[in-house]
Design a protein around this ligand. Structure first.
Ligand SMILES: [Zn+2]
Length: 325
């Protein structure tokens, strides 16, 4: 089963993805973006949230869900440090006595068995022999939707950090010390309706990327798939992704959501386009007819799916009925 999710969310005053700090100025990520104006194509720069940032949030939630599904997660992944099995040192804890096998298949097997996050999120072991496992999920950048991309903004907001001055400080050159204690800083904040796509290939979980055979037993495969779908649901429901949430928790929320489930890989029409829900449906219908394949499709606001939670629980229920979870 292959799950594809298209999300649109409104975010007013967000600092979800900061890229650099120059002095007291923190910059928001910006990317070039194609728009059409009066039949002329143009490039503008818009605020964006990277796919890495979204993937990080998903994998943090995945580590948690995997543990509640009684699946193994390595120590670093559990702490949200996704260095993964990049070298001998980071791979060692997955093998008895920290001794790594010299065979690529055995290496992959040991890592996948002992860490659900690396099974689902992939890893790149750069030792000898090198082993690469492609991630079972794919995520795009979050970019402003086409219709209002031109109105998306990045604005610096001024903030000040104050400290109470001590009596001693006031007497001895208080002015200078006082100035140091009142620091001003700027944080660039973005405002836009963002869209992003998230694909999850449930067929790849727990399977060897080298031999294509299952590495873990069927009940554990199901538990891991469950953990993956639940973390996706949790990510959308909690909006726990991106940085600076402690003081710049964006105001807004999910405004559109569509989820397709297919037998083979299928990515729904990008949510940056107007009418992406209907366009996706047309494509799904065509594929179902021509390739004789089944599909499921859920859209927020249709068929009684009032909230993102309704959509995601419907998805989970369907996958359970199909014995995938
Ligand atoms: Zn790990």
């Amino acid at each position: 089963m292959f799950v594809s999710v298209g999300v649109r969310f409104e975010a007013n005053v967000e600092a979800l993805n900061m890229v650099e700090t120059a002095g007291n100025y923190s910059k928001h990520r910006r990317v070039p973006y194609i728009i059409e104006e009066k039949n002329v194509l143009k490039i503008i720069y818009v605020p964006a949230v990277s796919g890495e940032s979204l993937a990080h949030a998903f994998q943090e939630l995945l580590a948690e869900e995997a543990i509640s599904e009684k699946q193994k997660v390595c120590r670093k992944c559990l702490r949200g440090e996704f260095l993964k099995s990049m070298d001998e040192e980071n791979a060692a804890e997955k093998f008895d006595g920290g001794k790594l096998p010299s065979d690529a298949e055995k290496l992959e097997e040991g890592i996948v068995k002992n860490c659900t996050v690396e099974d689902i999120g992939g890893f790149l072991y750069a030792g000898k022999p090198p082993v690469k496992r492609t991630s079972a999920f794919q995520v795009s950048y979050a970019l402003p939707i086409k219709k209002i991309a031109i109105y998306s903004t990045v604005e610096p907001q001024l903030h000040a950090r104050h400290a109470v001055m001590t009596e001693a400080g006031k007497k001895t050159g208080g002015e200078r010390e006082g100035a140091a204690e009142q620091m001003i800083y700027y944080v660039e904040t973005g405002t836009a309706i963002y869209g992003f796509t998230f694909n999850l290939d449930l067929r790849a979980i727990g399977l060897s990327a080298i031999t294509g055979k299952p590495i873990i037993p069927e009940d554990e495969l199901r538990a891991r798939r469950r953990a993956a779908v639940k973390s996706l649901a949790r990510m959308l429901s909690s909006t726990q992704f991106g940085a600076k949430l402690s003081r710049f928790l964006p105001l807004g929320g999910i405004v559109s959501l569509a989820v397709s489930v297919t037998e083979k890989p299928f990515t729904l029409t990008s949510p940056i386009y107007e009418g992406f829900e209907d366009m996706t449906l047309k494509r799904l219908e065509k594929i179902a007819k021509e390739f004789n394949e089944q599909y499921q499709y859920y859209v927020l606001g249709r068929n009684g799916l009032e909230t993102p939670e309704h959509v995601m629980t419907q998805l989970i229920q369907y996958l359970k009925e199909r014995n995938t979870l």
